[in-house]
Write a protein that binds this ligand. Structure first.
Ligand code: DC
Length: 230
């Protein structure tokens, strides 16, 4: 039998907006020496390009063309579109809403999923999004569905924005997140859903360290039979 150490490992983390997926996925990747992939950032990049080109987010044909043509580079901590660093530009409310709208389009999803599979084919990854455990890597070694109380999720997102010098209206932000979650979980193609074999983790009341430890325990059990990664 092949040693598990020689196979590439995929840790899939899905869940609604503001559940803390990015923070936890980044910490896990760092801890394990894996590559961190933020798939939401990829949909945001496509939306940003469409917004800049004045393409309607509902224009399925044009948005698919942009998704196929987009040269998206995910360097650690930075993301670029056709060579331009758009790390900050994709975090506006327009890009958030746009990403959720273009993510409904099957052709856009096909293009993104192909890029995501390509990245995860050869390297150990912690990949976070909405459909990683269900569609992108249904054979992922570890699948986590990370959830949190909706009020807590909105507060977490507001705190991130304040840290960047913004002054968000908590009620408006909570409403935008509700709208996005509703669209993301009811669309026909690859809706946000917990994979049947995913572990549901509710982080309500847990510290970041506690969530990280809980997931690491699952990873160790699934991949190294309880041993630490070296
Ligand atoms: O994780 P995020 O908030 O940056 O994601 C932005 C939007 O992209 C989200 O509202 C839905 C979409 N998305 C998706 O449909 N599938 C993914 N794997 C990741 C994100």
């Amino acid at each position: 039998m092949t040693s598990t150490h020689q196979q590439r490992v995929v840790i899939a983390i899905d869940g609604p907006a503001g559940a803390g997926k990015s923070t936890i996925a980044k910490r896990l990747a760092q801890r394990l020496g894996f590559t961190y992939i933020d798939t939401g950032a990829m949909y945001r990049v496509v939306a940003l390009w469409g917004l800049r080109q004045n393409v309607a987010m509902t224009d399925m044909h044009r948005m698919e063309q942009l998704a196929i043509a987009a040269d998206i580079d995910l360097a650690p901590g930075r993301i670029s579109l056709n060579g331009e660093d758009v790390t900050e530009a994709i975090r506006t409310p327009e890009a958030s809403s746009g990403a959720s709208q273009v993510a409904v389009i099957p052709g856009v999803r096909r293009a993104m999923v192909a890029k995501q599979r390509e990245i995860g084919q050869h390297t150990n990854v912690v990949m976070e999004g909405r459909d990683i455990g269900t569609v992108v890597f249904p054979d992922a070694n570890v699948k986590i569905y990370l959830d949190d109380d909706p009020g807590e999720r909105a507060r977490r997102r507001a705190e991130e924005m304040r840290a960047k010098g913004e002054n968000p209206d908590l009620r408006a932000l909570a409403a935008q997140m509700r709208e996005r979650d509703q669209r993301d979980s009811t669309r026909a193609d690859s809706p946000l859903a917990q994979a049947p074999d995913a572990i549901y983790l509710d982080s309500t009341g847990l510290s970041l360290d506690e969530v990280e430890e809980a997931i690491l325990k699952i990873v160790r059990n699934r991949i190294t039979n309880g041993k630490d990664f070296s």
